[in-house]
Design a binder for this molecule. Structure first.
Ligand SMILES: Nc1ncnc2c1ncn2[C@@H]1O[C@H](COP(=O)(O)OP(=O)(O)O)[C@@H](O)[C@H]1O
Ligand SMILES: [Mg+2]
Length: 254
């Protein structure tokens, strides 16, 4: 399994520095949560890693430098992401969405035709994300949470080694969050997972490690307990340092 190693990452938009010299190490198989106030630079960091914005510094995955590569080459290096809004083909079935993501070189016609056999990797992804029963349902009829799971499944069929998920549980019910957290734990047994998240209960339940981003910089890093007890984190969220009880509230409100 490969890890992610970011050094001196910097992204500027017209003189405004959104990511300001970030160093970040995510060990292979980690389930890292990336938290921080709105505008902290979380999405921009993921955009930089996936080649969507120009960045300075270094981003290595499995030892290979990614910065300067095209979006497609980065994707082919085993890196995949989801966006804050789901991007599935609503008219196509769950299975067809996975088939297209798998891009196994079959023609559109072959993929859209009813087939008997489901390719092994697709069947496994369906199972992992819990959508086997819904394989033939149009993606547009899925519940919000199920669409996010389908998107994660689309990364799994591409055998992505590093998943970067931008607020995957936003808008999900409590049960959907729980199921998603368990899914991410299972996935991170074999892959490296970075999750941008706002829901602090969700983070507390499932994060293996946490990085707090603030104004484009890493403010704090460690376990959930370490980050919550960090006076710097408390200050950012409350404007002053305080007891652990208020810190808890502060992080919840982030
Ligand atoms: N394409 C862009 N052009 C100009 N400013 C941007 C662009 N994308 C993001 N920003 C700015 O960069 C900062 C970080 O944004 P973002 O990474 O989306 O934050 P987060 O995901 O942590 O909420 C914000 O101030 C945002 O307005
Ligand atoms: Mg964002």
């Amino acid at each position: 399994m490969s890890g992610l190693e970011i050094r001196g990452l910097r992204v500027s938009f017209d003189g405004f520095t959104a990511v300001d010299g970030v160093d970040l190490d995510v060990r292979p198989g980690d389930l890292r949560f990336l938290i921080g106030p709105n505008g902290a630079g979380k999405t921009t960091l993921v955009d930089a890693v996936t080649g969507l914005v120009k960045a300075a510094g270094s981003v290595r995955f499995g030892g290979e430098e990614l910065l300067g590569r095209s979006v497609h080459r980065i994707a082919r290096s085993g890196i995949g992401r989801t966006f804050q809004t789901a991007t599935v083909f609503e008219e196509l079935t769950v299975l067809q969405n996975l088939d297209i993501a798998a891009g196994s070189g079959r023609s559109m016609w072959t993929m859209l035709r009813r087939r008997k056999g489901v390719p092994e990797p697709v069947a496994r992804a369906l199972e992992t994300v819990g959508l086997t029963e819904l394989a033939d349902s149009p993606a547009g009829t899925l519940a919000h949470g199920q669409k996010q799971w389908l998107e994660i499944g689309m990364l799994l069929v591409q055998d992505v080694r590093l998943l970067l998920l931008d607020e995957p549980v936003a808008g999900m019910s409590h049960d959907e969050r729980q199921a998603t957290g368990e899914l991410l734990q299972r996935i991170s047994e074999e892959r490296t997972v970075v999750v941008i998240e706002h829901d602090m209960d969700f983070m507390r339940s499932f994060a293996r490690s946490v990085s707090v981003l603030h104004a484009g910089k890493v403010l704090s890093e460690g376990t959930v307990a370490e980050v919550q007890a960090d006076p710097k984190v408390q200050e950012v969220y409350l404007g002053h340092t305080s007891t652990e009880v208020t810190a808890d509230v502060a992080v919840q409100e982030a």
